[in-house]
Design a protein around this ligand. Structure first.
Ligand code: UTP
Length: 318
C-alpha cells in the first residue's frame, strides 16, 4: 500500500467513541517457526483443531467487535479461504447429514464481517496497522495480533474497551515478565492510577536490554487505539530491525499522556514461538470437554513415564 503523507498534527485523544472494528495483523514472515511457515502463515497453524487466528477472531467477536480486518501477506489465500464459505465441502457434509462438522466448517465465516487487505512488504507491525487506515477511518479500533492467543476464558479485551471508554486515548495490554525476557518485548514505563489493574503509560521502548528496561511490564498483542495513531505512524521512521514499530508510535502518544495500560495476569500464549505453541496446544486440549479427560489421563501417564525413565514410556507414547 502506498504511504500517504499527512501533515504533522498534535495527537490529542478523540472522544470516547465506541469501538466496533478490529484489525488483525497476520503478514509477518514467521521466521521463528520455519520450516512450517514456509508455505503456511504461522497464524494458520492448528491449535488443537482450529487455526490460531480463529481463536483471535472469536475473541474479537466475543468482545462485540463485528468488523474484522485481516492484514495479510504473501500467504493471503489460506487465511481468506478459512474465513470464507467452502461450498463443495459444505455440500458433501450436508449430504452425509454431518451437522457437527458442517457447523465447524461454517463457523469461521459467521463470526464477523471479515475484510482483507494486503501488506505488500512486511515492513513492520506499525506499517501493518497503517495499512488499515482507510478501512478504519476516524474511529477508535482494536488490534489483535494474529499469533498471540489470550485464553478464551479470559476477558482482557473487554476490560481494555472499558478503559478506553473511561479514559479515551489508547490502551495497551501489559504483562509482567521476568527481567531476562524483557528484551523479547516492547516495554512500558508506567505510573499507577487509582485502579489496581490500570496504569498510565509514560514511555515505551521496543525490545530493551534488561539493564535499560524501564520496568518489567511487557506489551502483549492486544491494543485499543485512538485513530490519532495513524498520523503518528505516518511520520514514524523505521526503528529497531529496520521495521516501522508500533511501539515507537505509541511512545509518541504516551509522551502526550494519552496511553493507558491494562495489567493482565491471565493466560496468554505466543503461538509464533515453538515452545509456547506446544504449551498452548496442551493447555487448550486439556480444557476441551470432548478431548480433555482422555488427553489429560494420557498426559499424566506420559509425564510419569518421563519421570521414571527419563525418556517417557514408549508404549504410552505410541
Ligand atoms: P512478529 O514480531 O512475531 O514477527 O509479529 P514475524 O515476522 O511475524 O515473526 P518472526 O519473529 O519472524 O517469527 C507480530 C505480529 O505482527 C504481524 C505478524 O504477522 C504477527 O501477527 N506482522 C509483523 C505483520 O503483520 N507485518 C509485519 O511487517 C510484521
Amino acid at each position: 500500500m502506498a504511504r500517504m503523507i499527512v501533515p504533522h498534527t498534535t495527537s490529542t485523544p478523540g472522544p470516547a467513541r465506541p469501538v466496533r472494528k478490529a484489525v488483525v495483523p497476520a503478514a509477518g514472515l514467521g521466521t521463528r517457526f520455519l520450516p512450517a511457515t514456509k508455505a503456511t502463515p504461522k497464524e494458520m497453524l492448528p491449535v488443537v483443531d482450529k487455526p490460531a487466528i480463529q481463536y483471535v477472531v472469536e475473541e474479537a467477536a466475543a468482545a462485540g467487535l463485528d468488523d474484522v480486518l485481516m492484514v495479510t501477506g504473501r500467504h493471503k489465500r489460506a487465511i481468506e479461504d478459512h474465513f470464507d464459505n467452502a461450498y463443495e465441502l459444505e455440500q458433501a457434509l450436508a449430504a452425509k447429514g454431518d451437522t457437527v462438522r458442517l457447523d465447524a466448517v461454517r463457523d469461521p465465516a459467521r463470526l464477523a464481517n471479515i475484510h482483507h487487505i494486503r501488506q505488500g512488504e512486511p515492513l513492520g507491525l506499525g506499517h501493518a496497522v497503517l495499512c488499515a487506515r482507510r478501512h478504519v477511518g476516524d474511529e477508535p479500533f482494536a488490534v489483535l495480533l494474529g499469533d498471540d492467543l489470550i485464553d478464551p476464558r479470559e476477558t482482557l479485551l473487554s476490560r481494555m474497551l472499558d478503559v478506553r471508554e473511561q479514559h479515551a486515548g489508547s490502551v495497551v495490554a501489559l504483562m509482567e515478565v521476568p527481567r531476562e525476557q524483557i528484551h523479547l518485548y516492547g516495554c512500558a514505563a508506567v505510573d499507577p492510577t487509582g485502579e489496581r489493574d490500570v496504569v498510565r503509560v509514560t514511555g515505551l521502548v521496543e525490545k530493551p536490554s534488561a539493564e535499560d528496561a524501564p520496568s518489567a511490564y511487557a506489551v502483549i498483542g492486544r491494543y485499543v487505539l485512538d485513530p490519532a495513531v495513524f498520523d503518528t505512524l505516518e511520520r514514524t521512521p523505521p526503528g529497531r530491525g529496520g521495521e516501522i514499530q508500533l511501539t515507537d508510535a505509541l511512545q509518541d502518544l504516551a509522551t502526550g499522556g494519552t496511553v493507558h495500560g491494562v495489567v493482565f495476569d491471565g493466560l496468554r500464549y505466543d503461538t509464533g514461538d515453538k515452545a509456547d505453541y506446544l504449551r498452548t496446544v496442551v493447555r487448550l486440549a486439556c480444557a476441551r470437554p470432548d478431548l480433555g479427560p482422555e488427553f489429560t489421563a494420557w498426559l499424566k501417564e506420559f509425564v510419569t513415564g518421563l519421570e521414571n525413565s527419563g525418556t517417557g514410556d514408549r508404549r504410552i507414547a505410541a
